[in-house]
Design a protein around this ligand. Structure first.
Ligand SMILES: [Zn+2]
Ligand SMILES: [Zn+2]
Length: 392
C-alpha cells in the first residue's frame, strides 16, 4: 500500500498537468471531442489496452487485461464541463468562453489516466481485467444511458463498478464511503395550472390559477413533512413559478417547475404517486386543471455494502489518519446510478476543499477549484481497491 502512495506521488506532475490541460479546454456534454482526443493520446502511450472510442459520441472504453483471468472491474470517469463563466483567476483557466470545468470532471479524467498509467505497469500481477470508462455528458444530459445503449455494460459485463467524485463540500483529508444509497434519485417536473383569465377586481368571474398554484406549493411541502417516514428523506423543490403579466389581470395559467429527490425506491414511488394526486386534487379544489409532466433523470446511486467495505479497507490502510465518513449521503444526483443499477458497486467521495488556500467554492460555481492533492488520494484509492478486488 505504501508503494501505491509513492507511485502516485511520483507521477503527480503528470496528473496535475493533464488536469490543467483538460481544465483549459472544457467542453459541454456530447461535445467532448478535444477532451476525447487527449484521453486517446494518453491511453495509446500505454501498454496492454484495447481501446474503443466514439462510444456515445465522445466516450472511450479501454480494457486492460491482467496476467490471469478473473473478474472485470469497471472504473468510470465523467468528461463534461458546464455552461459557467470561469472566475478563478488561475493561469490554467478556461479558454472556451462561457464553459468551465466547474464540477471537477477535469480532475476525474486526470485520475482515470493516472490509474490507467500505474495499473498498466503492473497489470501482469492482476487476475481479471479493468474496464476504464470515460463517459460524456454526466451533467443531466443522459451520458450514462447512452453509454449503456452503446454496450458499455456488455462484452465483458463488469462484475463490479467503481466511481468517485472530488468533493468540495468537504475538506482534503475526508473520505465518504457509505453503504446503501449515497446520492438521490432525481426527477424534474413541469406543471401547467389552467384557470380562466379575467379582471383582477372581479375574481368571481375568473378561475384564479395563482391561488391554486400557491396552495399546490404548500400542499407539496406537507406531502414531504407528513407522508414521508421521518427517518427517510425526500425533497420537493418548486424552483420556478411564472404566471400573469400585470397588476389587474388574473392570468389564464401558471407554470411551475422543480425537482424531486428521494433515496429509496419505496419513497420514490410514494412521493411520485402522491405528487400527482396532490397537484391534481388541489388544482381541482380551486376549479383549475393541472397538466403534469414528470421527467425521470436518474435513480439513486446505491452502494453495495461488500464492495463499499473493500473501498473502506483500502482507504484505512492507505490513509489511516484521514476522516472516513461511513454515513455520508447527499441529495445531489449522478447518472452513475444507471451503471450501478443492476451491478454491485461503490461510489466514493474524496474531500477536495482547502479553505486555507482559498479553495472552498462549491461545485458549479464560477470560482470553483479544488486542491489537487485530492487527485493523488483518489487515484491511490482506486488503484488500491482494484488491487484488492483483482488478486486471487
Ligand atoms: Zn456537477
Ligand atoms: Zn460532477
Amino acid at each position: 500500500m505504501k508503494e501505491i502512495l509513492a507511485q502516485v506521488d511520483q507521477v503527480f506532475t503528470y496528473t496535475s498537468k493533464l488536469r490543467r490541460e483538460f481544465h483549459r479546454q472544457p467542453e459541454l456534454g456530447f461535445q467532448e471531442f478535444h477532451t476525447s482526443e487527449i484521453i486517446l493520446r494518453e491511453l495509446s502511450k500505454l501498454d496492454g489496452f484495447s481501446i474503443r472510442s466514439g462510444v456515445a459520441e465522445t466516450g472511450i472504453v479501454a480494457i486492460l487485461k491482467g496476467g490471469s483471468p478473473g473478474k472485470t472491474v469497471l472504473l468510470r470517469f465523467d468528461m463534461d464541463a458546464l455552461p459557467v463563466t470561469e472566475n478563478t483567476g488561475v493561469d490554467y483557466a478556461s479558454q472556451n468562453d462561457g464553459i468551465m470545468h466547474a464540477c471537477g470532471h477535469d480532475g476525474h479524467m486526470a485520475i482515470g489516466l493516472t490509474v490507467a498509467k500505474l495499473l498498466s505497469e503492473k497489470s501482469q500481477e492482476l487476475s481479471g481485467q479493468i474496464k476504464f470508462v470515460f463517459q460524456p455528458a454526466e451533467e443531466g444530459l443522459g451520458g450514462a444511458r447512452r453509454m449503456i445503449k452503446a454496450g458499455v455494460l456488455e462484452d465483458p459485463r463488469p462484475d463490479i463498478v467503481l466511481g468517485l467524485h472530488l468533493w468540495n463540500e468537504k475538506e482534503l483529508g475526508w473520505l465518504g464511503i457509505s453503504d446503501g444509497p449515497v446520492m438521490s434519485a432525481s426527477e424534474t417536473f413541469q406543471i401547467v395550472i389552467h384557470g380562466k383569465g379575467g379582471h383582477g377586481g372581479k375574481p368571481h368571474e375568473s378561475i384564479d390559477p395563482i391561488v391554486a398554484a400557491a396552495n399546490i406549493i404548500t400542499s407539496l411541502q406537507s406531502l414531504v413533512s407528513r407522508e414521508v417516514p421521518p427517518l427517510d428523506s425526500a425533497v420537493i423543490t418548486v424552483s420556478s413559478i411564472h404566471g400573469g403579466e400585470t397588476h389587474n389581470v388574473i392570468p389564464e395559467f401558471v407554470n411551475l417547475e422543480g425537482t424531486i429527490r428521494t433515496f429509496t425506491p419505496e419513497t420514490r414511488q410514494l412521493v411520485l404517486e402522491r405528487f400527482r394526486q396532490v397537484v391534481d386534487g388541489v388544482a381541482k379544489a380551486h376549479l383549475c386543471s393541472a397538466e403534469i409532466k414528470i421527467i425521470d433523470i436518474s435513480p439513486a446511486v446505491t452502494n453495495q455494502p461488500e464492495v463499499a467495505e473493500v473501498l473502506r479497507e483500502t482507504a484505512l490502510s492507505l490513509f489511516p489518519n484521514m476522516e472516513l465518513d461511513t454515513n455520508y449521503q447527499t441529495m445531489a444526483s449522478e447518472d452513475m446510478a444507471f451503471l450501478m443499477q443492476d451491478l454491485p458497486g461503490c461510489y466514493s467521495f474524496v474531500g477536495s476543499a482547502n479553505p486555507a488556500l482559498g479553495l472552498k467554492a462549491k461545485h458549479h460555481q464560477p470560482d470553483f477549484n479544488f486542491d489537487e492533492e485530492a487527485l493523488k488520494i483518489a487515484a491511490a484509492l482506486l488503484i488500491g481497491a482494484v488491487g484488492r478486488l483483482l488478486i486471487d
